[in-house]
Design a protein around this ligand. Structure first.
Ligand SMILES: Cc1cc2nc3c(=O)[nH]c(=O)nc-3n(C[C@H](O)[C@H](O)[C@H](O)COP(=O)(O)OP(=O)(O)OC[C@H]3O[C@@H](n4cnc5c(N)ncnc54)[C@H](O)[C@@H]3O)c2cc1C
Length: 406
């Protein structure tokens, strides 16, 4: 079989299948796992997936740090804060995703029957009698297999080439990612106290946390029609104006040359209602590009891989395309049970944040009433997080011991 894309979905799926002796080729466009910006937050749901794969604890060579908690500020006042692990088995944990992926790929490479091709973009699926039977690479190489799994991310080329339309959810928004480099940004990191902090003020909204890569990662959210500052100095001043006094002065003291970015991430949230065609399965962002709200993408990609591996193992290698396609439909149906409510929950969180961002009067009211409203807000927020932290509870995450290739 062929897996396209070595992000969390593709790398985890390749490892799970190769461990069981499935012959496969993992094809990745990029020569390395390095990216300018990467997500770092693993929710308890993603950590549970890694545990079910037998990958916890992660080796110490992969930088990781449990998050201390979550804090929300509006108009310079802390509305509330909630400490991790919020009743979960494991706290939300920041993990060096690049190192995690490198580690997974190294494991895949060590397994016999698994081939990893990096720096080799796939350009199109190969078709025979209406069935996907492999992929064609940019250099003209053809790689065939009984199944192609597209894990090629939110702009999935295979999805486009297969003519599969994504159903869009919600209105477009933009996130601009910045990195405040270590040393210069250490005072800001100290102020954050290991928390994921969301700041609302003056119609702006951004979130920041001390990154496992060092320094501070900052994501600025806005409607895609809004105008943005044009220089690092203007950006820095805009953050400072929305921030509480102490953070504002620390941000203003951060030298401009220590500000990297912005990297623009146009957020188009959506999903497929059917994740497969004969001989083709789509997983991860390729099947359901997630909103950035409460860091779900890596977590859902890992859980997709686990469910796909569990369902595929009994049918791969049987030479029975009809049975294989039936399993693809089953994977799609099982994963939609989780993805639909998670995306709905993200949309509710976003709507609340948008309301606060756009409504100065409401922000003022909340900021002025923190004396009595903080505990209520914290309790209410925490109650709304269950699904985004734990995932859909009834999912079977373990691979049965007797799962074998047919
Ligand atoms: C700045 C940023 C911050 C984020 N923060 C978080 C976070 O904190 N927590 C979280 O859970 N999620 C986060 N996300 C989202 C998360 O990174 C994604 O949802 C997740 O990586 C999806 O995994 P995937 O395997 O489906 O796709 P991807 O990780 O996108 O991997 C797809 C892979 O396919 C490869 N590829 C693409 N096209 C081809 C082709 N034609 N041929 C071969 N290979 C191809 C790509 O090079 C890539 O390696 C963040 C995303 C960004 C950009």
């Amino acid at each position: 079989m062929v897996i396209v894309g070595a992000g969390p979905a593709g790398a985890a799926l390749a490892l799970l299948l190769a461990r069981q002796g499935v012959p496969l080729t993992l094809v990745e466009a990029s020569p390395t796992s390095a990216r300018q910006f990467r997500g770092e937050a693993l929710m308890p749901s993603g950590l549970a997936a890694l545990a079910a794969m037998g990958l916890l604890p992660l080796p110490e060579t992969i930088a990781q740090r449990p998050l201390a908690g979550w804090a929300f500020w509006a108009n310079g006042q802390q509305l509330f804060q909630v400490a991790e692990p919020m009743g979960s088995l494991r706290p939300c944990t920041l993990v060096d995703q690049e190192a995690l992926l490198r580690w997974l790929l190294d494991d895949v490479r060590r397994l016999s029957g698994a081939k990893v091709l990096t720096g080799r973009p796939v350009v199109a699926p190969m078709l025979s009698d209406g069935r996907v039977v492999g992929v064609e690479l940019a250099d003209g190489t053809q790689v065939s297999g009984e199944l192609v799994v597209a894990c090629d991310g939110r702009s999935s080329r295979l999805r486009q080439k297969a003519g599969i339309e994504l159903t869009r959810i919600g209105s477009p928004m933009e996130v601009r990612w910045f990195r405040l480099l270590a040393a210069a940004a250490d005072p800001v990191a100290d102020w954050l106290k290991g928390q994921f902090v969301t700041i609302l003020g003056g119609g702006d909204s951004f979130a920041l946390y001390a990154s496992v890569y060092g320094g501070v990662q900052l994501g600025w959210v806005q409607d895609s029609t809004a105008t943005v500052p044009s220089s690092a100095a203007d950006w820095r001043e805009r953050w400072a104006q929305a921030s509480p006094e102490r953070l504002a002065s620390l941000l203003r003291a951060c030298p401009l040359q220590a500000i990297e970015g912005p990297m623009l991430l146009p957020v188009k949230v959506g999903r497929l209602e059917r994740w497969w065609q004969p001989g083709l399965l789509l997983l991860g962002d390729a099947a359901h590009p997630m909103s950035p709200v409460r860091a779900q993408g890596i977590n859902m990609a890992l859980r997709d891989a686990l469910v796909a591996a569990r369902q595929l193992l009994p049918v791969l290698g049987q030479g029975n395309p009809a049975a294989l396609d039936q399993v693809l439909a089953g994977i799609s149906a099982e994963r939609l049970l989780e993805i639909r409510p998670i995306q709905a929950s993200q949309a509710r969180e976003l709507a609340r944040a948008d309301l606060l961002r756009h409504n100065g009067w409401l922000r003022q009211l909340l900021a002025a009433s923190t004396g009595w409203s903080s505990p209520l807000l914290a309790r209410r927020w925490q109650a709304d997080q269950a699904l985004l932290r734990q995932g859909w509870g009834t999912l079977e995450l373990t691979i049965p011991n007797d799962a074998m290739m047919g």
